[in-house]
Write a protein that binds this ligand. Structure first.
Ligand SMILES: [Zn+2]
Length: 338
């Protein structure tokens, strides 16, 4: 009995450490996360409050909920972390059926974390690789087969950042299907240093560069550098198809902007890439942080949208969504510096 209880406690402790590590924060058991201001500092900083007021103004009447979610001391958090912070019991991380999010963009994974699949006319681009080699084999390669795709056609694996919930299946995919692998330079280093017998690292391949174009067949994605969650965090802009038209969506792997340099990178990629390419949506590997809410995703599992796509807000509204993220990032930075 005692053994069982102890085992339970250890599992919980390990889960907490893992979540905090993924968040890039302080180790468990130590106070504040240096990436985020305390709620007290956030409320007390006049400059922070000015940025929040700006964000609310940009939000108008149609982006209020988004602005409220972004303009908090931490910004939108993974559901698992938010529940942990509130002392609520953990939710079970359920495997989902592969989800067709757009005609050429699929989500494979769990309710808490997933990865993205972009089929093209001449092969497949993947973004992220779930938690483990087993998941790389069973969920990613298995999921592609379920979708009628051939994993031997994987041409690129692009990895958003070096934490294990995005790299775990990478070594299996790289050694089995030989895709080119792209990751941020600093995250290649931490990924390779973090290799263990039960968690082999990928072999170093391409280092992501700002604005890098990756073309497979008829599809070109643009890699964007968004350091903050980790020093090598990257995202990409993807042309997605819906009912005969092409739209741009942005896939992000972290939204933290904890330094002036990080904020400047986000300002640059939002203004010089996302807005110029008329991006209309932001999606993340962890549902419920950006626009891919779990409930909407599960709805799409049942039926692909026949009318207007619920995840496309149009370029003008989305430009305001990006400006809100930046103002809320500036608010956190001002409070951190105060
Ligand atoms: Zn992470």
């Amino acid at each position: 009995m005692l053994k069982k209880v102890l085992a339970g406690v250890i599992v919980v402790a390990v889960a907490v450490v893992a979540l905090e590590a993924q968040q890039g924060g302080a180790p468990a058991g130590r106070g504040a996360n240096p990436q985020f201001p305390t709620p007290e500092k956030f409320a007390a900083s006049k400059q922070a409050q000015q940025h929040i007021a700006n964000a609310m103004k940009i939000a108008g009447s149609d982006l209020q909920a988004e602005a409220k979610a972004f303009c908090t001391p931490t910004g939108p958090q993974r559901v698992a972390l938010a529940r942990q912070a509130q002392g609520l019991p953990a939710l079970e991380d359920r495997p989902l059926e592969p989800i067709k999010m757009f005609e050429n963009l699929y989500y494979i994974g769990f309710s808490d974390v997933g990865m993205w699949v972009i089929p093209t006319s001449d092969g497949i681009i993947l973004f992220d690789a779930l938690n483990s080699g087993d998941e790389g084999r069973d969920m990613i390669a298995g999921g592609l087969k379920k979708l009628g795709m051939n994993p031997a056609q994987i041409k690129y694996l692009i990895v958003g950042h070096g934490h294990n919930d995005h790299t775990g299946g990478g070594a299996y995919l790289q050694s089995t299907y030989k895709p080119r692998v792209i990751m941020g330079g600093p995250d290649w280093d931490t990924h390779i240093k973090g290799a263990r017998a039960d968690r082999p690292s990928m072999t170093r391949d391409m280092v992501a560069t700002d604005g890098q174009k990756v073309t497979v067949g008829d599809t070109t994605v643009t890699v964007i550098l968004t350091p903050g969650h980790t020093p090598g965090t990257i995202g990409m802009l993807v042309p997605v198809k819906h009912q005969g038209r092409t739209h741009t969506v942005m896939i992000l792997s972290g939204t933290q902007m904890p330094t002036r340099q990080s904020l400047a990178s986000f300002e640059h990629v939002y203004n010089d890439f996302a807005k110029k390419q008329n991006a209309e949506a932001a999606l993340g590997a962890h549902p419920d942080i950006l626009m891919n809410k779990l409930t909407a995703m599960e709805q799409m599992t049942k039926a692909y949208p026949t009318g207007a796509h619920p995840l496309l807000m149009g370029p003008q509204k989305f430009a305001r969504y990006l400006d809100i993220m930046l103002e809320c990032g500036r608010a956190r930075l001002s409070a951190l510096e105060s």
